[in-house]
Write a protein that binds this ligand. Structure first.
Ligand code: ADE
Length: 232
């Protein structure tokens, strides 16, 4: 079954963008997933087709109107398979994790509402029960790039997209640890040799070395992940 992404945006030209290339682009062309982009402005009603207004209470910037965002979300929901979650990309959202990505990739797809300006009128998120998701603790100029990131993370997990099965089980976060370092030829480069153990042919020793490397890296760079890994 095709995994379906519906993106509601003020900048439809941003899509598929980088997802039209490489693995995701091939999977899109092969029909392993589909991408439907809707211009939120198509739902604007006024003479000037404006989608935003000044914030209630004053302050800088503009806020996307609830009625217009809701009309776009409602139309997308009618077209989407049952059980498709609607997510609003926002730095205030629940942080996106590999676990959540896996869970989204196993479902029918996603409806993604991308904001610009200062954000969207809170009432549309409440009234339509839309979950807010963040891709990290930094502020982008809009949700579109975050939507591309989320879709990329999901699409690469779809069956048949990354040919080499087994690839996912060892990569960063799948085990709760960062991934061990990789090496390839030449055997020595700028005076730096490949670690001997990797040339030993002893698969047990190699697996042990990789595990130790993953643990040491995680401890040093991500003490938060290391604590969680120890407890689980
Ligand atoms: N929109 C702006 N910044 C964002 C972020 N960090 N994550 C998701 N959506 C965003």
């Amino acid at each position: 079954m095709t995994w379906r992404a519906a993106v509601l945006t003020l900048f439809p030209e941003m899509f598929p963008g980088p997802l039209g290339l490489s693995l995701a682009g091939k999977a899109l062309a092969d029909g392993l997933w589909s991408l439907e982009t809707t211009d939120i402005r198509d739902f604007a009603t006024g003479k000037h087709r404006s989608v935003d207004d000044t914030p209630a209470g004053g302050g800088a910037g503009m806020v996307m109107r609830a009625d217009i965002a809701a009309a776009a979300v409602d139309a997308a929901r009618v077209a989407a398979p049952e059980g498709t979650p609607t997510l609003y990309l926002s730095p205030r959202g629940t942080p996106l994790t590999q676990e959540r990505v896996q869970n989204l990739a196993e479902g029918p797809g996603v409806i993604l509402l991308c904001g610009r300006f200062e954000g969207v009128d809170q009432r549309v998120l409440d009234a339509r029960d839309i979950e807010e998701v963040s891709i990290g603790d930094y502020v982008l100029s809009g949700g579109d790039l975050a939507a591309l990131v989320l879709m990329d993370a999901c699409v690469r997990l779809l069956p048949g997209v990354v040919g080499n099965e087994g690839t996912h089980s060892e990569e960063s976060f799948a085990s709760g640890l960062l991934e061990y370092p990789h090496f390839t030829r030449p055997r020595e480069w700028e005076g730096r040799p490949i670690p001997d153990v990797l040339l030993s042919g002893d698969h047990e020793k190699i697996a042990k070395w990789r595990r130790e490397q993953a643990e040491a890296l995680t401890k040093a760079r991500r003490p938060d992940l290391w604590e969680k890994h120890r407890k689980d």
